[in-house]
Design a protein around this ligand. Structure first.
Ligand SMILES: CC(C)(COP(=O)(O)OP(=O)(O)OC[C@H]1O[C@@H](n2cnc3c(N)ncnc32)[C@H](O)[C@@H]1OP(=O)(O)O)[C@@H](O)C(=O)NCCC(=O)NCCS
Length: 144
């Protein structure tokens, strides 16, 4: 991911974050890119950015910060490719556990994560803000 991709990436981020305000979320996406450039990837069709993923690390715990594919490109394997690249990159960072935080409105993503070995570990009320509950899914890469 490059800084020039941030405008379109911020639009795509809204698909994964129904609770977010775009202008504020754009700053988050920008900060994540600055902090973890090796954990941020885009999928492109020609020159058009059609999907992205960002990750972050908190010690041995790592997180898929965001994963989204433009609606008309969904269901074609792009999300799977992005997730695999992200897991490889987190693995290189020595990750033991990868967590994904899914807004309840994106519950369709749960079978997707299960296909990649994740399991639900928690459901947290108000995780993303009042009324915005989350499913937390986890993948164990190596035992601590
Ligand atoms: C979840 C998401 C990233 C998957 O990307 P994708 O490119 O559609 O996924 P793939 O084509 O690699 O895999 C398809 C699988 O994802 C799941 N899926 C979830 N949402 C889907 C959607 N809207 N359309 C198609 N498949 C979807 C299905 O289980 C599907 O499996 P199947 O083909 O056996 O039915 C994408 O659908 C998306 O951006 N969703 C909205 C944002 C979101 O929920 N992000 C995850 C939370 S951070």
């Amino acid at each position: 991911m490059r800084e020039v991709d941030l405008e379109i990436v911020s639009d795509l981020a809204m698909i994964a974050n129904p609770h977010a305000v775009k202008e504020q979320y754009q700053k988050h996406v920008f900060n994540e890119l600055k902090e973890n450039p090796d954990l941020a990837f885009v999928a492109i069709d020609g020159e058009r950015v059609v999907g992205f993923v960002q990750g972050d690390t908190r010690g041995r715990m790592t997180t898929i910060e965001d994963l989204a594919v433009a609606e008309k490109y969904q269901g074609k394997g792009i999300g799977s490719q992005l997730l695999k690249i992200e897991i490889d990159a987190l693995n290189m960072r020595g990750a033991e556990i990868v967590a994904a935080e899914v807004h309840y409105k994106n519950a369709r993503a749960i079978p997707f994560y299960y296909e990649h070995g994740f399991r639900i570990s928690e459901c947290l009320q108000d995780y993303f803000g009042i009324g915005h509950d989350a499913f937390i899914l986890k993948l164990t890469l190596r035992e601590g």
